[in-house]
Design a protein around this ligand. Structure first.
Ligand SMILES: Cc1ncc(COP(=O)(O)O)c(C=O)c1O
Length: 383
């Protein structure tokens, strides 16, 4: 068996350039990564200070946090989950590794939407699992559909569902999830659902796959809604029959997540007021960008139902989204992500804006990008 090759994350290269430009004195606006620019909520930080001062800490998995997460499923989705089924992890990334290694052997085939989060494809490859990418375009709202999944031959062993999705923010409706679950049951496909952007919706809240399929593996994290990406904390919900397998993998591969972060994460569940304030900021930022994009000639965008992204087609201006983003960064100081990170085939004509920054920064970014896009538009008419 050969060592699989893994693609680089181009947004990291662009971000490194952005930091070099900043070191040279340039004013940079970071919209390339999907991370809140805000800190952890205030009470979570206070809790962490207290723990640091009073507790020597050690390897630990917080029972109170697992109980609190179980309560969250009852309150937010009306689903009963016993705390035993919840594993605490250092973010969604290790939770995804646990889910995949607990369910699939090397050589298994796992379906996923294209465009999609870059790490799905690469994590699958690293684990010697074959990614089966399903092209999802404008017609499908850039999201997986039951019909597309039903058409994959032979039936894959698993599927990764993501709603709201990265890079689009598109949400799968309840009825579409029900239809996907039905196809999976009929064809024996295990569902891994990445629900990391839950809590960040601009219309109806997203449904958890657990509402429809108790045997799904559910990945979640404190990195997005809870604004705690650098604290590296997340969780995995597993069905009863996978608890032992997932726990054995957690203990051997990762031991436990940070004790300090678990204390802070528990406090973060009581900070809804502050965290919902961030969502209001994202909503304003989204509205500003949605008003600006058409004036730049960007009419074709994926439906930004949730998360904090806008995925836009710039095919009339470029077929090389990486160079396009680099030029935008050098000319304006605004860093965004190229579509090739999310879609190796069609992503060359897409870009992703992450709007998880302050509204002032978004307004400034729009002011810088407006003349820049006008110039690109004028150039494209001449050539
Ligand atoms: C869809 C999706 N899943 C998982 C992750 C990984 O998140 P974490 O910071 O919790 O490891 C990200 C990070 O951006 C993401 O966008």
């Amino acid at each position: 068996m050969t060592v699989p090759s893994i693609d680089p994350f181009h947004a990291i290269t662009l971000s490194a350039l952005a930091h070099r430009l900043a070191a040279e004195g340039r004013s940079i606006i970071h919209m390339e990564f999907g991370q809140p620019s805000t800190s952890a909520p205030r009470e979570a930080i206070e809790r962490a200070h207290h723990v640091l001062d009073t507790d020597p800490m050690g390897y630990w998995e917080s029972e109170p946090l697992r109980v609190r997460i179980a309560r969250h499923y009852a309150e937010s989705y009306g689903v009963e989950v016993s705390p035993e089924r919840i594993l605490l992890t250092s973010g969604a990334s290790p939770a995804l590794v646990l889910a995949l290694t607990s369910c699939f052997a090397p050589g298994a085939r796992v379906a996923l939407a294209r465009p999609g989060y870059v790490a799905y494809r690469n994590t699958l490859r690293a684990l010697h699992i074959e990614p089966v990418e399903i092209p999802c375009g404008e017609k499908e709202r850039f999201q997986l559909t039951a019909e597309l999944l039903a058409a994959v031959e032979p039936a894959p062993d698993g599927v990764i569902v993501a709603s709201p999705a990265n890079p689009t923010g598109a949400i799968l409706s309840g009825p579409e999830l029900v239809a996907i679950v039905a196809v999976c049951r009929e064809r024996g496909i295990r569902i891994v659902s990445d629900e990391i952007y839950h809590g960040l919706s601009f219309g109806d809240p997203a449904h958890s796959v657990l509402e429809y399929e108790p045997d799904a593996m559910i990945v979640n994290s404190f990195s997005k809604y809870f604004s705690m990406a650098p604290w590296r904390l997340g969780w995995l919900v597993v069905p009863e029959e996978k608890i032992a397998a997932a726990r054995a993998r957690m203990g051997n591969l990762f031991l436990t997540p940070s004790s300090l972060s678990q204390h802070a994460g528990l406090a973060a569940f009581d900070c809804r007021g502050e965290l919902d304030g961030h969502v209001r900021v994202y909503r304003r930022n989204r509205d500003l960008l949605l008003a600006a994009l058409p004036t730049w000639g960007l009419q074709r965008i994926a439906p930004p139902d949730g998360a904090f992204y806008i995925y836009a087609d710039v095919g009339h201006l470029t077929q090389d989204s990486l160079s396009f983003c680099e030029k935008l960064l050098r000319d304006t100081g605004v860093a965004i992500a190229p579509g090739v990170d999310f879609d190796p085939v069609d992503g060359k004509r897409f870009i992703r804006f992450s709007f998880a920054v302050s509204t002032d920064r978004i307004a400034e970014a729009i002011a810088r990008m407006t003349p820049w896009f006008a110039a690109r538009d004028a150039e494209s008419r001449v050539t």
